[in-house]
Design a protein around this ligand. Structure first.
Ligand code: GLV
Ligand code: GLV
Length: 337
């Protein structure tokens, strides 16, 4: 029998069809949030699974899956996977790094400019039929030119956001645990600062770091208090990096000018206090929702599965594997054909 792949959600059938010569493919026809026991049951008889951010896969979910060799995540962030547990079980994990950086960076600028120029608020006002002539001095927003853009988390996405800032005439500073190589810093025209400086100096602060135990509430009441009251905060990374309650407080009290949020703690539920504030631009976790990015993410997950089973252009070397040590271990114990 062919090895079995389970895909947890509808994707792009023409891309998934590349698995058909080698695998029995079971693709969920609908978007479902599987309770943990149901998820474990779905995974149990599979050799590979392609999952999304709503599937939390850890030790319990893979405990009964004796044949499972890879969990391919449809997302660059993989906080939904317990990587240590998968590695301990000898199961490979992969993400979609590289497939969505440009789309997410574009969207980040849409959000930054939208919040700066009050586009959500203005659109709601227009749709509500309130436009009966505008005063010359109404609706003033913020220009970005000459302002300082701060980026917390300078991975591929942070860098793609920084490269676009040149066109907007902004100064770019960033904070990351490790500094970028100098060539990359100059390409991005970005200067490393410590986190305190980043908070104090940024007029626009973009969060582009992964959610980890260390980055949870990286922006809370203490950090918000260090920011300029005229600053705009954009979270396009993960809910939970920002303390959304503390953010609502800061926005309501005029300690921060505006926020642009694509991700939320506990999404798809959004803190109701954020919904009531006019100076927040909200979107439903869609920063990678372009055909190029979503098709590219699907192709990358498929490539990782194919490669792990020795097929396709990357045979034997899943291109975005997160725990390559699993390959070495598998190779020494039971070599694959
Ligand atoms: C989306 O949130 C991703 O991590 O790709
Ligand atoms: C952002 O830093 C990312 O690549 O996840």
């Amino acid at each position: 029998a062919k090895p079995r792949v389970w895909i947890s959600r509808p994707t792009f059938p023409d891309i998934v069809a590349r698995l058909d010569p080698y695998f029995e493919v079971v693709a969920e026809p609908r978007e479902i949030v599987f309770p943990p026991a149901e998820l474990a049951a779905k995974i149990r008889d599979c050799d590979a699974v392609i999952v999304g951010l709503k599937e939390r896969v850890g030790a319990a979910e893979v405990a009964g899956a004796a044949r499972l060799r890879i969990v391919a995540n449809l997302g660059v962030g993989y906080d939904n996977l317990d990587l240590a547990a998968l590695t301990a079980a000898g199961i490979a994990a992969s993400n979609t790094a590289g497939a969505l950086d440009e789309s997410v960076a574009d969207f980040t600028w849409a959000m930054l400019l939208g919040a700066a120029r009050r586009m959500g608020e203005a659109e709601r006002w227009l749709r509500a039929g309130q436009w009966q002539g505008t005063r010359f001095t109404d609706w003033l927003g913020m220009d970005v030119r000459g302002r300082t853009l701060g980026i917390l988390g300078m991975g591929r996405i942070g860098q793609a956001v920084a490269r676009r800032a040149v066109g907007f005439g902004m100064d770019v500073i960033y904070h990351n645990r490790s500094r970028l190589p100098q060539a990359l810093e100059s390409e991005c025209r970005a200067r490393w600062v410590d986190k305190g400086e980043l908070l104090r100096l940024s007029d626009f602060l973009v969060l582009a770091l992964p959610l980890t135990p260390e980055s949870r509430h990286a922006i809370g009441a203490t950090e918000l208090a260090q920011m300029k009251p005229t600053a705009v905060l954009a979270n396009i990374a993960r809910g939970g990096i920002v303390d959304d309650g503390a953010l609502a407080d800061a926005l309501a009290q005029g300690k921060l000018a505006a926020a642009a949020l694509d991700v939320f703690e506990g999404e798809p539920v959004v803190n109701p206090r954020l919904l009531e504030l006019d100076n927040v631009l909200l979107s439903p976790h869609i920063a990678s929702a372009s055909p190029d990015a979503r098709r590219g993410m699907t192709a990358m997950a498929v490539d990782n599965v194919l490669a792990l089973f020795g097929h396709g252009p990357h045979a034997g070397r899943p291109p975005t594997i997160l725990n390559p040590e699993v390959l070495a271990a598998a190779g020494s114990n039971h070599p694959t054909p």
